[in-house]
Ligand binder design. Structure first.
Ligand code: BG6
Length: 474
């Protein structure tokens, strides 16, 4: 870590104050980034003091473990340069860099390509002997397959693929990483983790939040681009991957790509069998009235952007033949319930005394609290031989307790050069490729409506096999 510089491009913006600085502050508090220099860079012609004050204020609001004493130590690491994203201005920071430097583009997505080129033209992409240069970029990576390829070409003009770290912050979440550990570190799971024993997998990321202040971005993106193409597709591939032969970033990413490549293609003709879109109308959360999406500030009155998207994916390989994977996410739903839920098949034969058994579920809960539930059947205590469902629950991290935001892990990995939790371009590419027919189809027509505060559009049921039900969003 010694002599490493982190340059944040877009250092006066929202991502920096809400997520990056609190994560860096926390790493500093843990003693992990003591020698890191943090150089803020943005258009504003601010002095170092002004930048420091700005970050000071931000940490007071966004770092739950803020203390004055800690801030005094942390602030010594900060520096600032104001300038445009052009090679001349960027060239002026050259003297402030150490041989090992990480550039973080905390910028609006249209600037990713131009900024990475400008850094390259300023000669900042190649490191002096003994050092390294890396570039961090955060989703969205394009808005479809063609634009993602275009962005890659722009970035590759000056940067090698192994210098580029693509963030999907879900990969830094504890719950995501636990999915990998729990799946592979428990001998009892692997023999049943296949189509012979698993009936369906439901990956749900439900949010009570609406579009908030992001109308400009969200109305062009929609739920499919904002959540499914990246975050949920990552959870999906991690739930379905084969065991790794060794813990290596490229082996891991090869395995994830293998899953994406094995998905049965959605074709222009069967989009409606595989995808459902919805948009929230006015509704209620308890007594509170909630506005419809089209009445939110900044959203055009006739917008057909989806605020809910659900997909049915099937994997064409030996392990998963015939098992539907359902992915769904939406805004303004009934709760912040987010989970990966795996349903096992029926028991194969009759039970003692005719006891009825429900299907087992293994649930990895991501929100509101992180944990794992195994839903099983047990005898109902009493004189009758009867069964009932019991939940074996293991809390993982309690909300508000020792919780990292995902950025702590990702920043540490980026500095240390561990690429396991970053996306390789082929993952991005395959995810777009799969969704192309859906995106195309959804350019026309209107989404199905659902009341704000509900479980989403009722039409999502059409994706399910007969006898299957969505788990409640509550
Ligand atoms: C972001 C999406 O990538 O992920 C947001 O743009 C979404 O729309 C967010 O709310 C969800 O992630 P988290 O970690 O805030 O639950």
């Amino acid at each position: 870590m010694s002599d490493t510089t982190l340059v944040i491009l877009g250092a006066t913006g929202d991502l920096t104050q809400r997520l990056l600085m609190p994560a860096l502050y926390r790493l500093h508090r843990l003693g992990l980034t003591k020698d890191l220099r943090i150089l803020g860079y943005a258009m504003e012609k601010w002095s170092r003091e002004r930048f420091e004050n700005h970050i000071h204020k931000a940490l007071k609001s966004f770092a739950p473990d803020y203390t004055e004493a800690q801030w005094k130590r942390f602030s010594k690491q900060l520096d600032y340069v104001g300038g445009q994203l052009d090679p001349d201005d960027l060239g002026r920071i050259k003297d402030k860099l150490t041989p090992s430097t990480l550039f973080y583009m905390a910028l609006p997505p249209p600037l990713f390509g131009p900024a990475s080129q400008a850094l390259g033209e300023a000669g900042l992409a190649s490191a002096p002997r003994g050092g390294w240069r890396r570039l961090v970029v955060e989703k969205p990576f394009g808005t479809d397959l063609a634009s993602a390829k275009q962005l890659r070409a722009q970035m590759h003009a000056h940067w090698e693929e192994n210098q580029i770290l693509r963030i999907d912050h879900f990969l830094g979440k504890e719950a995501t990483q636990n999915l990998m550990v729990f799946r592979f570190a428990n001998r009892f799971l692997e023999p049943v983790w296949n189509a012979q024993h698993i009936a369906q997998v439901q990956i749900t990321y439900a949010e009570t939040l609406g579009v908030e202040k992001r109308a400009g971005y969200y109305d062009h993106a929609g739920a499919l681009r904002d959540m499914l193409q990246n975050h949920l597709m990552q959870l999906f591939s991690l739930a379905a991957i084969e065991p790794l032969s060794c813990w290596d970033a490229d082996v891991l990413r090869d395995h994830k790509v293998e899953v994406l490549r094995s998905v049965k293609p959605i074709t222009a003709r069967n989009v409606d069998k595989h995808a459902v879109r919805g948009q929230y109308r006015a509704g209620k959360a308890g007594r509170k009235k909630l506005a419809g999406y089209r009445s939110e500030p900044g959203i055009p009155k006739g917008s057909n952007t989806e605020t809910f998207a659900a997909l049915r994916l099937e994997i064409d390989n030996w392990r998963w033949q015939g098992v539907p994977f359902y992915l769904r996410s939406g805004k303004r739903l009934a709760s912040n319930c987010s989970e990966i839920a795996v349903q096992f098949r029926d028991v194969p034969g009759p039970l003692p005394g005719g006891v009825k058994a429900e299907n087992n579920w293994m649930v990895f809960r991501m929100k509101p609290e992180q944990g794992m539930d195994l839903i099983a059947n047990a005898k109902l205590p009493g004189l009758e031989l009867d069964g009932h469902q019991v939940t074996l629950s293991a809390p993982y991290v309690k909300a508000g307790e020792n919780e990292f935001s995902a950025y702590e892990q990702l920043l540490m990995d980026a500095i240390e050069g561990d690429r396991s939790h970053f996306l390789r371009f082929d993952e991005v590419e395959w995810a777009w490729r799969l969704l192309e027919p859906v995106l195309k189809r959804w350019q026309k027509g209107a989404p199905d409506f659902y009341a704000a505060g509900s479980d989403g559009p009722s039409t999502q049921d059409r994706l399910l096999d007969s006898g299957q039900h969505w788990r409640p969003v509550a």
